[in-house]
Ligand binder design. Structure first.
Ligand SMILES: [Zn+2]
Length: 261
């Protein structure tokens, strides 16, 4: 097990993180702002931290300073990498912020215990009703978008019957006994109509933002249609809310879903 520790960005607590099956898990210790500036910040996803503690299967621990510009002390001595025990006095940075190694390792073990956390989550309840609005909004937006695309297709398809009708107008006019000048006028109007439709259709195609909009709608949906457990927030897929609410648990974190408080 490899534990990364450092200052929590923003909150200034001590951040403890482990990677379990490629998934980063983390927890914060101490009060907000309790960790001094001389302790380097911890960015678990990037593998950046003040130091790391490696624990092997026998419980042997080695601490390694991760940044040459910060300092890590063990029993008052500056180290690069050193074997430690739960009783070692570990301090970080030039302000010598003291770290309780046993507490850090216990938290890390808890984080690493995937099974344990799934069990914990089964006890947690979250309301999924707010997701109904997310689904309805997504559904409406997609529906309107498709309607707009369909209308545009319809406008474009009017162009062909218009041109056919206008070229046939003269012929038709003779058979119903219209004057030549009237037939010409009818043909002219229909040609004009066809041209207007053609240009309007082209203009709409050029100014159409359907594709970008579709992408934005999809992105927003994937951001919002997630498990309500703040520790999970896994995207729940393109399934209707009515189907979702029939499941009693999150398929990812196993937390309990209930519809109403
Ligand atoms: Zn979940």
């Amino acid at each position: 097990m490899e534990i990364l520790i450092g200052k929590e960005p923003g909150q200034g607590r001590l951040l403890v993180s482990v990677s379990v099956n490629g998934k980063v898990k983390m927890a914060a210790m101490g009060g907000v702002g309790s960790v001094p500036r001389s302790v380097s910040r911890c960015f678990p996803a990037e593998g950046r931290a003040h130091c790391k503690i490696e624990v092997d299967s026998k419980g042997t621990m080695v601490i390694t300073n991760l940044k040459p510009e910060n300092v890590t002390y063990v029993d008052g001595m500056e180290i690069v990498a050193k074997k430690i025990t739960g009783n070692s006095q570990v301090t970080l940075g030039k302000d010598k912020y003291a770290v309780d190694i046993n507490a850090v390792v216990n938290i890390a073990k808890k984080l690493a215990g995937q099974e344990g956390s799934d069990e914990d989550n089964k006890e947690k309840k979250f309301f999924i009703q707010p997701l109904k609005k997310v689904w309805d909004t997504y559904h409406d937006e997609m529906f309107n978008l498709q309607k707009r695309q369909k209308n545009l297709g319809l406008i474009k398809s009017l162009y062909i019957p218009c041109t056919i009708l206008s070229s046939g107008a003269g012929f038709l006019a003779k058979h119903v006994g219209l004057a030549d000048s009237t037939a010409q006028a009818v043909s002219f109007v229909l040609y004009g109509g066809a041209a207007v439709i053609l240009f309007y259709g082209l203009y709409r195609s050029f100014t159409d933002k359907s594709l970008e909009e579709k992408e934005q709608i999809g992105e927003r949906f994937e951001h919002d249609y997630v498990c309500p457990n703040p520790e999970c927030r896994h995207f729940l897929g393109y399934q209707k809310y009515d189907i979702l609410r029939q499941s009693k648990n999150c398929p990812y974190c196993k937390c309990k879903w209930i519809e109403k408080p």
